[in-house]
Structures are given as C-alpha cells and as structure tokens.
Design a protein around this ligand. Sequence first.
Ligand SMILES: NC(=O)c1ccc[n+]([C@@H]2O[C@H](COP(=O)([O-])OP(=O)(O)OC[C@H]3O[C@@H](n4cnc5c(N)ncnc54)[C@H](OP(=O)(O)O)[C@@H]3O)[C@@H](O)[C@H]2O)c1
Length: 320
Amino acid sequence: MRAWIYEAYGGPEQLRLAELPVPEPRENELLVQVHAVSLNGSDKEGLTGFPAYARIGGFRRPRRQILGSDIAGVVEAVGAKVTRFKLGDRVFGDNLDRMGGFAEFARAGERAMAPIPDGLGFEDAAALPQGAMIALQGMRKARLRPGSTVLVNGAGGSAGSFAVQLARLGGAEITGVDNAGKADFVRSLGADHFIDYAREDFWRAGKQYDVIFDVFARQKASDYVRALKRGGSYFYVGGPVRRMLALLAASPLTRLTTGRRIRLLMVRPNIRDLLEVADMVRAGVIRPAIGAVFPFDRVPDAMRALVEGTALGKVVVRVV
Ligand SMILES: NC(=O)c1ccc[n+]([C@@H]2O[C@H](COP(=O)([O-])OP(=O)(O)OC[C@H]3O[C@@H](n4cnc5c(N)ncnc54)[C@H](OP(=O)(O)O)[C@@H]3O)[C@@H](O)[C@H]2O)c1
C-alpha cells in the first residue's frame, strides 16, 4: 500500500510517500480501507513534535510513522474478537491511539469506530470525529443558555469550527478569535464578532464572557480570569505542557478567590457522541466546515495549509 510516512519531527517536508505492506489487524482491530482522512491540530503537533505531549513514546523520533487519526472508509478485514463490524461496512472514527490514516489501509480499534450513517459521505464523515467531539463535549460542559456570551479561541480550525456552530445552536452570542484570513469564514459559521489574534489580545480588551473555549492555552490564569464574568468558565484542550500544568495548578485557588473556573477539557471519544454529531449533520443542524479537499498525492500540501494558517475549518484528504 502507499503511505505518507515521516521519520523525524519537523515540517511538511518530512513527509514522504512510501510503499509498505498492508497491515494485519490484531484481534480487536479492523483493517480499514481509508477513503478519506481529515487533519486536526493533533496531526500538526505529531508532525512537529510540539507540544511535548506529542512526543509521548517517541521523544527523539516519532513512535508512529503514519499520521492521520480521523478516518472514514470500508472494513477490509476484522480481527478474531471483533463483533460489531463485518467486511464491507462503512466506518468512521477518531483513531488517535493508532493513527495511520495517511495511508491506503489503516488498523483501527473496534471501539474507536462507528458505522457511517446512511446519507453521510466519506469526506463529511472523516471531517467529524475529533473536532466535533471536542466541541460537543466542551459545549455540553459549558451549559449555555440563550444569550450566554462565548468566546471561541481558534474558531477557524477543526474543533473551533464546530464549537462556533454548537454555541450558535445553544443561543449564545459568539466572539470568534483566529487569524484575519479566517474572519469571513468564522462569521459564516455563526460568530457575531471576530477578533484577529495578531492585532488584539482578547483578555486585554475589557470585555468579559460567560464561557471561553480555547483550543490551545497560551496565557496565564489571571489573563483568562480578567476576560471572564463572575461564575464564568475557561475551557482549554491543548497547549504547551508547562502552560497546561500551570493552569491546572491555578484552578482551585482561582475558583475560590475569583469565582471563575479554569477547566481542562479531557475529551472522551465515544461512539454515542460521534453518532449524535453525525445525526446533527444529516439533519442539517450543523455542517462539517470543509475548507479544502486534497488528493492523496498532496498530503504534504494539506499539512502545509494547517501549518501555514491558510486552512479554513476542516482539511480533508481524499484517499480513494
Ligand atoms: N484535551 C483533549 O482530550 C484533546 C483531544 C484531542 C485533541 N486535543 C487538542 O486540541 C487542540 C487542537 O485543536 P484543533 O484540531 O481545532 O486545531 P487546529 O485545527 O489547528 O485549529 C487551531 C486554530 O487556532 C488558531 N490559532 C493559532 N494561534 C492562535 C492564537 N494565538 N489565538 C487564537 N487562535 C489561534 C489557528 O490559526 P492559524 O491557522 O493562524 O494557526 C487555527 O485556526 C490540539 O492542541 C490537540 O492536542 C485535545
């Protein structure tokens, strides 16, 4: 099979096309013929080796040489203990534990995969798992009410593009923060206001929000506290390890002394949530905001779009 592999941390130039044997599924795994794979911030982090958590199991060299966790495809073979799927089933999911989606075939954990509902194509299915799951679980915890004010930091990326749409569904007033090139795109998802992160620090602007949903924590707790209303919550999902640890440590005292919460969102991928967002897409309530679809031979260009900041929402690679 053809696969895009990388053997050292770095930029998209590290990716090279290789011919590899088709992998054998283990007893609890499926072999999936990958039809489409979407990119996430976690692929960029896996490629560059930053933040440090992206190097777990491979400090000097990548532990897994094939990136790509959000896959959609067809079951080609099943391991001996697989009970939920059979050959020919259309499946999708976040294969973060194994990755391997930048290839024609990938081993996937049975528990990570769900059947693709009728009416959902491979590209849309591949665009959902990680980003939509982060956003769904985050917005659920945020308990929005009509009129809640929400700031989504990183609104034009994978998780952010879903978070804006879900906050809109929750009746919130939304401020999206991202690079200036994504302003119209973020507004098209439902944001009422837009802040260009290169021109303005939202925590200095004097405005306060009920909820801040941040895909990548960069500031200290006191900055976020300044931008939260009393009773408000700041949620973060990624960031440099030192920053994340400092925010974790600051959380209890912050709550006690300021009445604001600093909360790490640990996402728990599960089939029920995945099918819930798929149903929302089928019902036309939200959409996977796919900014670009690349053919398989242009995986490095797809990654470049993410690294260089030109990607709008989801970037999808069509494999078959
Ligand atoms: N906690 C968990 O359980 C869990 C699970 C899975 C993933 N994650 C984490 O989730 C995070 C990824 O989110 P994602 O896939 O949505 O990433 P993404 O698609 O790369 O989107 C990130 C967005 O943030 C924007 N951005 C960059 N710098 C910014 C700044 N200073 N202020 C505001 N926005 C900025 C980016 O714009 P540019 O294009 O200009 O850079 C991009 O639009 C990763 O850190 C990943 O590790 C966490």
